[in-house]
Design a protein around this ligand. Structure first.
Ligand SMILES: [Fe+2]
Length: 213
């Protein structure tokens, strides 16, 4: 039985237009995200088969595939909820987002500094990757990560709370080669309430990890 399933979008395909076209959302969710879900399930089956047969010749490739597809599934699952047609603005202007706004200011010096860092990290990914705002439980602070593919260059233990997909499939049909324009437009659809909810959950979970007893 498949362990992972494709989550439904929390809105219709046109909900994020004009920042992201309905065509991109449909392909991105129904084809690309679906492929990562299938990839994660297929890899788990192949690993079970390897254990049954005690056949470990493909272990390196299988472990890499597991990290790739599972991380792709997780990041896209966060991505859809990080966005709303009613989003944008700055977190301190929003109801119920005060703790997140304070954490951003404390961790990055200012909202403007944070925004510039995440924009730059996402827009300058080499090849395929993501710009990620993550909660880092050892310091209890927020950090920006520039993730390669879906799984590389990320610190262990950190929890993504706001993710910008910088793969070409996320923007090319609409923005062509102008990745920086796409990332800058993304700020208009950020769902700060969702990010704040993820921050609170990551902090609560992170505090129980006993990384710094
Ligand atoms: Fe994607």
């Amino acid at each position: 039985m498949a362990l992972y399933t494709l989550p439904e979008l929390p809105y219709d395909y046109a909900a994020l237009a004009p920042v992201i076209s309905p065509e991109i959302i449909e392909l991105h969710h129904d084809k690309h995200h679906a492929a990562y879900v299938k990839g994660a399930n297929d890899t788990l089956e192949q690993l079970a088969e390897a254990r049954d047969k005690e056949s470990w010749g493909s272990i390196n490739g299988l472990e890499k595939n597991l990290a790739f597809h599972l991380s792709g599934h997780i990041l896209h699952s966060i991505y859809w909820h990080n966005m709303t047609g009613d989003g944008g603005g700055e977190p301190h202007e929003k109801d119920g987002v005060g703790e997140l706004a304070d954490a951003i200011a404390e961790s990055f010096g200012s909202y403007a500094g944070f925004k510039a860092q995440l924009t730059k990290a996402a827009a300058t990914t080499q090849g395929s990757g993501w710009g990620v705002l993550a909660y880092e439980p050892l310091s209890g602070r927020l950090i920006v990560e520039q993730v390669y593919d879906h799984q590389g260059n990320a610190g262990q233990g950190s929890t993504p709370i706001l993710v910008f997909d910088a793969w070409e499939h996320a923007f090319y049909l609409q923005y062509k080669n102008q990745k920086v324009d796409f990332i800058e437009a993304m700020w208009q659809v950020v769902n700060w309430q969702d990010v704040a909810k993820r921050y609170a959950a990551a902090k609560e979970h992170g505090d129980s990890l006993l990384l710094a007893p």
